[in-house]
Design a protein around this ligand. Structure first.
Ligand code: TPP
Length: 195
């Protein structure tokens, strides 16, 4: 069952980032998800996807496979995840032990005008479990969300955490400089030398 009380995307993002103490990577998809990650502060291990929908989970999967010692989070909107549901089956097949996906489900393609998505009838947790990601759960409230994040960080296996969130724009706007975003992220992951 999904949470009935809608949570706040920035608040969940803020709580997630506050729990990161080991240079975990956070890959946020297009949409307000990455704007709110930007608003939580600059981390060299954050990546902000601009331009294409549905790529937070695939990019995070790539990082998780390349750097198995690092935990990787993907933050994705419901509209973007719906565009790339096949990624869940690939992730289940590969079973990265260090990958956690967070779906921010506001029921809309909000950043482009609030068009309704299919999330009212499609249950992301059921879909993820069906794809083979057994550790999939709805976050009932903020503290449940934190408990699910802590569990994901402590034990292995891909995890999907879904949260129904309220509508409304993000807290800030991500700087639109893709080359710089990529460069900072690569340095943050240690695959380019620090500046
Ligand atoms: C392949 C593709 N199709 C459409 C768009 C236009 N577009 C950009 S963001 C977006 C909506 C994203 O919705 P969601 O992932 O639910 O995030 P939200 O805006 O609700 O935070 C759309 C339709 C795009 N950038 N790429």
């Amino acid at each position: 069952m999904s949470n009935t009380r809608r949570l706040n995307r920035f608040e969940l993002t803020r709580r997630l980032v506050a729990m990161l103490h080991h240079d975990e990577a956070v890959v946020a998809g297009i949409g307000y998800t990455n704007f709110d990650l930007w608003a939580t502060g600059r981390r060299a291990q954050n990546f902000y996807m601009l331009g294409s929908m549905g790529l937070a989970c695939p990019i995070a999967l790539g990082v998780a496979l390349a750097q198995k010692q690092r935990h990787v989070f993907a933050l994705e909107g419901d509209g973007s995840l719906l565009m790339q549901l096949g990624a869940l089956a690939t992730i289940a097949m590969l079973q990265p032990q260090n990958l956690t996906m967070v779906v921010m489900d506001n029921g809309a393609y909000e950043i482009t005008g609030g068009q309704k998505t299919a999330s009212g009838t499609a249950d992301f947790v059921a879909i993820a479990r069906g794809a083979g990601i057994a550790r999939s759960a709805w976050a009932a409230d903020e503290s449940d969300f934190e408990a699910l994040v802590a569990e994901a960080l402590a034990s292995g296996g891909p995890t999907l955490i879904a949260a129904r969130i309220e509508g409304g724009p993000a807290t800030a706007t991500t700087e639109r400089d893709p080359a710089q975003i990529r460069d900072r992220f690569m340095r943050g992951l240690g695959v380019r030398p620090p500046l």
